[in-house]
Design a binder for this molecule. Sequence first.
Ligand code: FPP
Length: 270
Amino acid sequence: MSSLGLTAAHPTPHPTIDLSELGEPDLVAQMELARLPRHIAVIMDGNGRWARRRRLPRLAGHRAGASAVHEIVETGSRLHLKALTLFAFSTENWKRPQTEISTLMSLLREYLRKELAEIHRNNIRLQILGRYEQLPVEVRQDLDDAMRITSGNTGMVLNVALNYSARSEMVDTIQSIIARVQRGELRAEDVTERTVSENLSTGGLPDPDLLIRTSGEMRVSNFLLWQIAYADIYVTETCWPDFTRRHLLEAIIDFQKRERRYGGLGEHGA
Ligand code: FPP
């Protein structure tokens, strides 16, 4: 970590990144493989606005949003990110109309049906963040299968945040730490930042170094609040359904420019 508290990027480029497979040669040429973020988190916002601008129903926006996920997961995996975390459904989203909730759940199941084989082939491990037990049973069954199938994979971890809020995650974490203290497994005075990090649902993963939010809102919306303490935040006006590999690479290049500027305190003696 730098003196400004920035999380370090990969120390060395991954030997097997094949740039030609990524396409977008103009952007790839600007990217430094030695400074890729290790963990990218995305607030996939703007499905509704995307649909409204096209005079389509909101649900069409969610459908287009679900289609956009494939390319970003594939690109993250090709770049050998350690983790990609997608905010798919917040604890507040239960307040939306029932038809919208059911559509989002169906889209998730459809995504798994269509993509699981490729996710597995790409050595990606699927994890769910959030209060899992409150999700509909059929969604849990599909997710259980997908997590079981990919559990031995050693490549990128794909975290899908579902029924997630950072504050409820923190409450759950505090409770699990208290329980360990009560069982005598841990002394209260030994609880450190590391204990908290390890007991969050992202335990074992590096914190996100880049948080991307689509569709222009300047908020973090109760997403990974502990974990994004030092993340760079990249907000784009592009709505999620229009967010492509190009946009992801642009966000990474912007992140690397900022990292170089901060690093410049040392590099340029400023
Ligand atoms: C925000 O758009 C987006 C969501 C609440 C859901 C995100 C879900 C998906 C992209 C599809 C399913 C996910 C996966 C992983 C397959 P919004 O409705 O809040 O947009 P608005 O702010 O423009 O109304």
